[in-house]
Write a protein that binds this ligand. Structure first.
Ligand code: PLP
Length: 393
């Protein structure tokens, strides 16, 4: 009999009933260190008092107001995002997937309004993940995501990740945009080199193609800059954000330049919930903390510590791990052993990590995790590694 929850996930037999900072407490009382943060969502940890206050204060005032009316919390958050980024304008969504939908629509509408309606194609990269909607799976293109869900939304093609040289050849007079994650998350914590991102941005400018960055997973302080592309010193035309921006409350956004957004006039897009007062009250509180230079400096410092400790782990278990990769507090352990063995052994040792493609174990802790917690987390990962190694022998 089909479970009452549609079984699209292979769930671990863990049921977390409480969260405190970087810790999650299981129904049986065990305390787990959280290096997953709900897949890069809880950027300020669990039950952060600043976020709890923002949420409850707003909940006592007004929860939801339609986008038919002005929403001061939304205006304030848009102003902050515009002030802190390349963008001139923002549309709020409830998720990364919806941000992908709008990014694609916006790019196509831009060229339509420019009198070039033939420019509809979007170039993406293999291993990417842009959500599970029709546009999202068509952009990712992998068999795993698309099989059985045809006919696929037309107008997408995929190039090999990192093969920036192929982009020039792939662009033609139908190309509307390139979409790329500066650091692939689901694909296995695969950062695009700064030079490659710079080259992509250059190719887009030269060829009249819009650059869409998907920073749903790598944005909002995760890599130690507010947005990951800042490391490469480039500016996209359109950017998708979600996950961290809501700190655990469902919130996403599309940020765009005035030019790229110029086709999106009244009535061309909408959302019932996107940018409602509750979500934006939390989003504002997240941004006030995460965008502060001292906070980002701290993320970078802790990133160095985590990387150093993980390098030690890889050196101690060269048969289990190949390398550490990633940036900021978005790290991946590329494994020789099956990544799920490591993740499961982590559960046994009360540390939560997240599997990714390419046989990688992802480490995406809350950005305010302490140094002591990082040290403790790696002790637990070492125990997990020892357990996997013992089973292997
Ligand atoms: N884009 C990227 C890079 C993601 O990592 C994800 C989710 O993991 C999405 C888009 C989809 O976001 P959501 O699950 O919020 O719809």
């Amino acid at each position: 009999m089909i479970p009452s929850v549609l079984p699209t996930y292979n769930r671990a037999p863990l049921s977390f009933v409480k969260g405190e900072g970087s810790w999650m407490i299981e129904a049986d009382g065990r305390r787990f260190l959280d290096l997953g943060a709900g897949i890069a969502v809880n950027v300020l940890g669990h039950a952060n008092p600043v976020l709890v206050n923002a949420l409850t204060e707003q909940a006592n005032a007004i929860w939801h107001v339609s986008n038919l009316y002005e929403i001061p919390q939304q205006q304030a958050l848009a102003d902050k995002l515009v002030a802190e980024s390349f963008a001139d304008t923002v549309f709020f969504t409830n998720s990364g997937t919806e941000a992908c939908e709008l990014a694609v629509k916006m790019a196509r509408k831009y060229w339509y309004e420019k009198g070039q309606p033939e420019k509809v194609e979007i170039i993406a990269f293999d291993g990417s993940f842009h959500g599970r909607s029709s546009a999202g799976i068509a952009a990712a293109g992998s068999e795993k995501m698309t099989k059985g869900f045809g006919p696929l939304l037309p107008g997408f093609k995929q190039l090999t990740w990192g093969d920036v040289a192929a982009v020039n050849d792939a662009i033609d007079d139908k190309t509307a945009a390139i979409i790329v994650e500066p650091v692939q998350g689901e694909g296995g914590i695969r950062p695009m080199a700064d030079e490659d991102l710079q080259e992509l941005a250059h190719i887009c400018k030269e060829n009249d193609v819009l650059l869409i960055l998907d920073e749903v997973q790598c944005g909002v302080g995760r890599t130690g800059k507010l947005f990951a592309h800042e490391w490469a010193g480039i500016s996209p035309d359109i950017m998708m954000v979600a996950k961290g921006i809501g700190g655990g409350f469902p919130l996403g956004a599309v940020l765009a330049s005035e030019e790229a957004a110029s086709g999106m006039t009244a009535g061309t897009h909408g959302s019932t919930y996107g940018g409602n007062p509750l979500a934006c009250a939390v989003g504002n509180a997240v941004m006030d903390v995460v965008a502060a230079p001292e906070f980002l400096a701290d993320v970078n410092r802790k990133s160095g510590l985590l990387r150093q400790k993980l390098e030690g782990l890889v050196a101690s278990y060269p048969d289990l791990f190949e390398e550490v990769r990633g940036s900021g507090l978005m790290m991946g352990l590329k494994c020789y052993a099956p990544n799920m063995d490591v993740v499961n052994a982590g559960y046994d040792n009360e540390v939560v990590t997240v599997p990714a493609a390419d046989n990688v174990v992802r480490l995406l802790p809350p950005l305010n995790i302490s140094e002591d917690e990082i040290a403790e987390a790696v002790v637990r990962l070492e125990k997990a590694a020892a357990q996997v190694a013992a089973k292997k022998d």
